[in-house]
Ligand binder design. Structure first.
Ligand code: AMP
Ligand code: ZN
Ligand code: ZN
Length: 390
């Protein structure tokens, strides 16, 4: 009897619902820096934490890490762009090659759920419109189909999905929003437009929460709001013109921006490229297989022969730059790239602020736990985040 009670208390199970929201570029300090009364309150009433993204801090690698619990080197989406060595084709966010399900390793949450008889839905998410293992979530949208739903329409869709009759209703809903990343890029993380984007998102998230709570099973919904990476300021002075150091005939492909993945035309050019870049200031250069261990990066079969990463706030460009902007992709240990995390619901503690950060590879086992799913093998553990739970 005691065992049954303990198991019941620990396993959240199939009766609850999880809504996982990703705000692209939701830097860890935006809630405090800007006027976000709802997100602030959500942290006070539920759980507040800071998540460290995986290396590199780009959108495609990290959204797919959030979905699978695998770091980019292990799931295969190693950049927003990379060369597929087997075919010589360029994977580029949103292009036809990026629709090849074979490039997406691991089992994303929406499939883990569906495969175990729990209905899932995605309202956009990197990988969710690709047939991975030949399949999609029970309900999904195509990011290639324009116009995209507006933020308000996405909220309406989350609510509509949860208002389906019980036998058709998803228990996992994942929803993606492009802001505050877009404003962060255009104007920098510390700017009026980014403030405005956060104020609008705060209102939107507030309406999502109160509409969720007004559903008949509102008390059974766990809501998580987080993101894929933070945002760093780019100033006009911090530029590294790397192209002039590399001879065109050495290079087959240059992909991704931060880090830049350089594929050599012939094996003998790998050293030429590496030697040309390795001593330049404000950046680090590695050969494939030689990235520092803490990055857990650089060994994937599609990795560039040379990996060049600027220091925080520096950029590779040969063109003059006019004004401050923002970007991400840099080393995930810089705090500007860290991510806000807020969670509230029946399985989360109330009024709990976690002091230490946790890695985004733990989201996958966490959501699996909330839904009573057996996680596929991954790089995160529930153990690392179980203090967030009641
Ligand atoms: P980044 O260049 O890393 O800032 O990428 C952010 C951009 O990725 C967003 O502004 C979107 O336009 C794009 N994006 C996000 N999700 C998807 C998706 N599922 N498919 C294609 N593009 C996407
Ligand atoms: Zn992003
Ligand atoms: Zn971005």
């Amino acid at each position: 009897m005691l065992v049954a009670w303990a198991a019941g208390a620990w396993a959240a199970g199939h009766d609850s619902y999880t809504v996982l929201v990703s705000l692209d570029g939701f830097r860890w300090d935006y809630v405090e820096a800007y006027d976000c009364p709802f997100l602030s309150k959500m942290g006070q009433k539920g759980v507040k934490a800071v998540v460290t993204p995986s290396f590199p801090t780009k959108t495609f690698p990290n959204h797919y890490t959030m979905a699978t619990g695998l770091v980019p080197d292990h799931h295969g989406i190693i950049g927003n762009q990379f060369r597929v060595v087997e075919t010589g084709k360029l994977y580029s966010a949103g292009n036809a090659v990026a629709r090849d399900g074979k490039l997406y390793g691991g089992t994303p949450l929406w499939l883990t759920a569906k495969q175990q008889g729990v209905k899932s839905a995605t309202v956009y998410w990197v990988g969710s419109d690709v047939a991975i293992q030949g399949d999609h979530a029970n309900y999904w949208l195509d990011y290639g189909k324009k116009p995209l739903l507006t933020p308000q329409q996405r909220i309406d869709m989350v609510i509509d999905l949860l208002q389906k009759p019980e036998d058709k209703r998803p228990h996992l809903v994942m929803a993606y929003f492009e802001e505050p990343d877009a404003s962060g890029h255009n104007y920098g993380p510390i700017s009026r437009p980014t403030r405005k984007a956060m104020e609008e998102l705060d209102l939107l998230m507030s309406s999502l929460y109160f509409r969720l709570m007004s559903l008949p099973f509102g008390k059974d919904i766990n809501l998580i709001i987080t993101g894929d990476h933070g945002m760093a300021t780019l100033s006009p002075e911090c530029v590294i013109p790397i192209k002039k150091h590399i001879k065109e005939e050495w290079v087959e492909t240059i992909a991704n921006d931060y880090p830049t993945l350089i594929y050599a035309k012939k094996p003998e050019f790998v050293d030429s490229i590496y030697n040309a870049l390795k001593d330049l200031d404000h950046m680090r250069t590695w050969r494939k297989g030689e990235c520092p261990e803490y990055t857990v990066y650089g060994n994937n079969k599609n990795m560039g022969d040379v990996i060049a990463m600027p220091d925080l706030g520096w950029r590779f460009t040969d063109a003059p730059v006019q004004r401050n902007t923002g970007t991400h992709g840099f080393d995930h240990t810089y705090s500007d790239l860290w991510v806000a995390f807020r969670a509230i619901g029946p399985d989360f503690k109330s009024g709990y602020e976690r002091e230490s950060t946790f890695s985004n590879v733990c989201l996958y086992p966490l959501v699996c736990h909330l839904l009573g799913l057996t996680p596929a093998p991954c790089d995160g553990t529930l153990e690392e985040v179980k203090d967030l739970l009641k």
